[in-house]
Write a protein that binds this ligand. Structure first.
Ligand code: NAP
Length: 248
């Protein structure tokens, strides 16, 4: 039976690259998405055309109930979960901390932080030996913003990712003895549609010279790291964060 990987927010960008690479390495994958069914369906179709196995499941990870339903559907259709990649996330319009409003910060934390907790809860209930599970790996997609504070006027985004890194440190102690390995990956500036709300390609061109490697990263470069972390080759990497940032 194939190992099963759930990737939240996998219809586009980094999540889609992780789903494609995971499928090419033999995982059956669940491509979760929020609203863009066409993009998620296309990722699934691409995987199937290459001989892989994938399903698309809609769930807004900000909803605890939706996360419960997402995992129940995976139980039913794929039979198990070995790896969870909490990738779904968003940036919002730029907003200084002295102008922050509930709509901006509440939605950001609901998706980036609460969603990560809800999906992690469901994964641990299935993976942890404490619950009779066989073990597994949980990989959180954080951001270099957690370390350097983010782009201008995005302190709220940086803080949401800082919460993820703290979560990994705590969670590693809770579940490390129960067969569950937990790691976070901190991408730097990666070329995806995420940046459309705060300057898109023009912003990427402006920031790129400040990256020691002189260019933004690709979703595929993040995917390579995630697949390695999910594998037995990374069996002693736990409770820590890995920067994939081109040096920034
Ligand atoms: P993206 O291109 O905007 O894609 C985001 C994906 O997440 C989409 O598939 C979207 O679904 C999904 N999504 C958004 N909100 C969701 C929700 N509430 N529930 C379920 N799915 C949801 O973003 P990306 O650049 O690939 O970013 C992926 C992750 O990497 C995020 O956590 C982001 O913070 C992190 N990251 C990105 C960068 C970067 O430079 N790109 C840097 C550091 C960290 P729909 O397609 O249905 O809308």
């Amino acid at each position: 039976m194939s190992r099963v990987m759930i990737i939240t927010g996998a219809g586009r960008g980094i999540g889609a690259a992780i789903a494609r690479l995971a499928a090419s390495r033999g995982y059956a994958v669940c491509v979760n998405y929020a609203s863009n069914a066409a993009a998620a369906t296309e990722v699934v179709a691409e995987i199937e055309r290459s001989g892989g196995k994938a399903i698309a499941v809609q769930a807004d990870v900000a909803s605890s109930e939706a996360c419960t339903r997402l995992f129940a559907e995976v139980d039913q259709r794929l039979g198990r979960v070995d790896v969870l990649v909490n990738n779904a996330g968003l940036v919002s319009r730029q907003c200084r901390a002295d102008s922050i409003t509930p709509d901006v910060i509440e939605r950001m934390f609901a998706v980036n932080v609460f969603g990560t907790f809800y999906c992690t809860r469901e994964a641990i209930k299935r993976m942890s030996t404490r619950h009779g599970g066989p073990g597994g790996v949980v990989i959180q997609i954080s951001s270099a913003a957690a370390r350097h504070g983010g782009l201008p006027e995005e302190t709220h985004y940086a803080a949401s990712k800082g919460a993820i890194d703290s979560m990994v440190a705590g969670l590693a102690k809770e579940v490390g003895g129960e067969g569950v390995r937990v790691v976070s990956v901190r991408p730097g500036l990666i070329t995806t549609t995420l940046h459309e709300v705060h300057g898109g390609e023009a912003m990427i061109r402006r920031v790129a010279p400040s990256i020691p490697l002189g260019r933004p990263g690709t979703p595929e470069e993040i995917a390579e790291t995630v697949i390695w972390l999910a594998s037995g080759a990374a069996s002693y990497i736990h409770g820590t964060t890995i920067d994939v940032t081109g040096g920034r």
